[in-house]
Ligand binder design. Structure first.
Ligand code: NAD
Ligand code: LMR
Length: 333
């Protein structure tokens, strides 16, 4: 049996975590042979609810769970963690402007970045799910100068999975028969779901099988606004699908993506002409516990304009929180 790994989950009493924690505990993230210690982090006001969730985890009697601890601050909760799933974030309240939301979350993710820097395992992999995920991730990473910016990711896997699911339905194929979907940029309505390099059933081009008007006028806005569509119908933000995407992202990052392209919000190194130093979603392949950007994909003029638009939004978000960011390191420049 392997040694247990430590996994921190913030927002552990919230909706996404209510699905995510039970999947992790069942071995769906790191495999059926990987014991886990769950370090659950919440705000002080949610500790009673968290206690209830922990009781349910205990009652499942999961063989892989070698420990559960509850924490009301990240400096305790992140001690020695190998994986951090950062789900908790400040939601937008009535009358709150986007800039206020960015600032409120900047305070949370600055503290969590400092905590990871100080107490996490030096090889920690951290995934930001809480919105605005890409800019929260930037703040997190910049507050953890002793860790490499590549140890942090923002989650765009839900947008990737949504693209495969909706496309599979349109083409009448299983989503697992589709490869090469790429979601570029920000986890926001400016994201660019790119099907130009996607193939189905081992080689047929997807773009040749769909109508351009459907792609640009129906599919693209549907993916971009899917989160809002779900909130409208369900009355709540997506939770089970977000948990599944978080699990998929972390599993592939840790164990490999089997040669398949996955979309990950990662620190830009300038690939595809994207400004360096922002967390932007790129096509990646994961192997041996790390990711590589897939280079050389063709991006047409339409795609380049879409990529610029979402990059611009991320640069604006960065500018809005710049005064709260510690000085840039050489790597984040
Ligand atoms: P929720 O409101 O049900 O739960 C959030 C939990 O986070 C709450 O229990 C809250 O107490 C906790 N929390 C708040 N601040 C915290 C802090 N500083 N430390 C620890 N815990 C804290 O929300 P949810 O439905 O679970 O969604 C969580 C976040 O994920 C939201 O920001 C949502 O917008 C985002 N989200 C992102 C994606 C994505 O694809 N990236 C998809 C769906 C939802
Ligand atoms: C989603 O894509 O489902 C969420 O990011 C929506 C949200 O605002 O929580």
């Amino acid at each position: 049996m392997k040694q247990p790994v430590r996994i921190a989950v913030t927002g552990a009493a919230g909706n996404i975590s209510y699905s995510l924690l039970f999947k992790i505990a069942a071995g769906e993230m790191l495999g059926a042979d990987q014991p886990v210690i769950l370090q659950l982090v919440e705000i002080p006001q949610a500790m009673d609810k968290l206690r209830g969730v922990a009781m349910e985890l205990e009652d499942c009697s999961f063989p892989l769970v070698h420990g559960i601890s509850l924490h009301d601050n990240p400096f305790d909760g992140f001690k020695g963690v190998h994986y951090a799933m950062l789900v908790g974030a400040r939601p937008r309240s009535k009358g709150m402007e986007r800039a206020d939301l960015l600032e409120a979350n900047a305070a949370i993710f600055s503290e969590q970045g400092k905590a990871l820097n100080e107490v996490a395992n030096r090889d920690v992999k951290a995934l930001v799910i809480g919105n605005p995920a890409n800019t929260n991730c930037l703040i997190l990473s910049r507050n953890a100068p002793d860790l490499d910016p590549s140890q942090f990711c923002a989650m765009t896997r839900l947008d990737h999975n949504r693209s495969q699911g909706i496309l599979g339905n349109k083409l009448g194929v299983n989503p697992s028969d589709i490869d090469g979907v790429v979601v570029w940029g920000n986890h926001s309505p400016t994201m660019y779901p790119d099907l130009h390099n996607a193939t189905v059933l081992g080689g047929e081009s997807v773009i040749d099988q769909i109508d351009e008007d459907w792609y640009k006028s129906e599919f693209t806005p549907r993916i971009q606004k899917r989160g809002a569509e779900i909130i409208e119908w369900r009355g709540l933000s997506s939770a089970a699908s977000a948990a599944q995407a978080g699990l998929d992202h972390m599993r592939d990052w840790a164990l490999g993506s089997d040669g398949k392209i996955v979309s990950m919000g990662i620190i830009s190194d300038g690939s595809y002409g994207v400004a360096k130093g922002i967390y932007y979603s790129f096509p990646c392949i994961c192997e041996f516990g790390s990711y590589q950007v897939v280079k050389g994909l063709e991006v047409n003029e339409y795609g380049q304009a879409m990529m610029k638009k979402t990059e611009q939004e991320l640069l604006e978000e960065k500018a809005a929180v710049d005064h709260l960011l510690p000085a840039e390191t050489a790597e984040s420049r």
